[in-house]
Design a protein around this ligand. Structure first.
Ligand SMILES: Cc1cc2nc3c(=O)[nH]c(=O)nc-3n(C[C@H](O)[C@H](O)[C@H](O)COP(=O)(O)O)c2cc1C
Length: 184
């Protein structure tokens, strides 16, 4: 058998990459994972999008976190049961898992699946987000996540995944994926 086609086939079928991204930093990491692993890549979208304005979205997310509101998703994943490995990517918002990702993990049953989180943030880390992923996926195998500094929208720094930063993150993502030993 031709090795390459075997690998190509194995690589993609059971992998889903779902991400939330406002200023495209997390999206850039999602695409790097996709380039290495293949599969399906899906952006999480809301039925009612968040405000463009930074202060407004911060206020809204604060309130959603306080009340536990789960914003309805526009994104529909058909037949999620066909995936075994699910990467979930999100920025840190309010030092937590963003409400749309809480919606996603509440809506879909990922029992028995391997769930792998990844994150970008303004330099304050993942906060409680990776722990919340564990809490919302009690019957999943959660592998070690990856996180890197992204934009600092508060200071007008939006997309940073270019030039040297891009190269650095690409290398880190490759090493991380290899360490997970999910690549065939
Ligand atoms: C509503 C909101 C809240 C945020 N809260 C935090 C935070 O608590 N800690 C942090 O490090 N960064 C925070 N950030 C910054 C983002 O995590 C950071 O810019 C990230 O790279 C954005 O990813 P994206 O480009 O994929 O949207 C926040 C950004 C937004 C829009």
């Amino acid at each position: 058998k031709d090795n390459k086609s075997v690998n190509e086939a194995n690589k993609s079928d059971d992998v889903l990459i779902v991400y939330l991204s406002r200023t495209n930093n997390t999206q850039a990491v999602a695409k790097m994972i996709y380039e290495e692993v293949g599969g399906e890549i899906v952006e999480l979208e809301l039925k009612t999008p968040y405000p463009e304005d930074y202060d407004e979205i911060v206020a809204q997310v604060d309130q959603e976190n306080e009340t536990g509101y789960l914003p309805p998703l526009k994104t529909e994943i058909e037949n999620i049961q066909r995936y075994d490995i699910i990467f979930i990517g999100f920025p840190t918002w309010d030092m937590q898992l963003p409400p749309p990702m809480k919606s996603f993990l509440t809506k879909y049953d990922l029992s028995g699946k391997t769930v792998i989180p990844f994150n970008t943030n303004a330099g304050y880390g993942v906060g409680s987000s990776f722990n919340t992923v564990k809490e919302l996926c009690p019957e999943s195998t959660i592998l070690e996540g990856y996180s890197t500094k992204g934009g600092v929208e508060r200071d007008g720094i939006y997309f940073v995944m270019e030039g040297e930063k891009r190269k650095e993150v690409k290398g880190e993502v490759k090493d991380w994926l290899e360490s997970l030993q999910i690549m065939k």
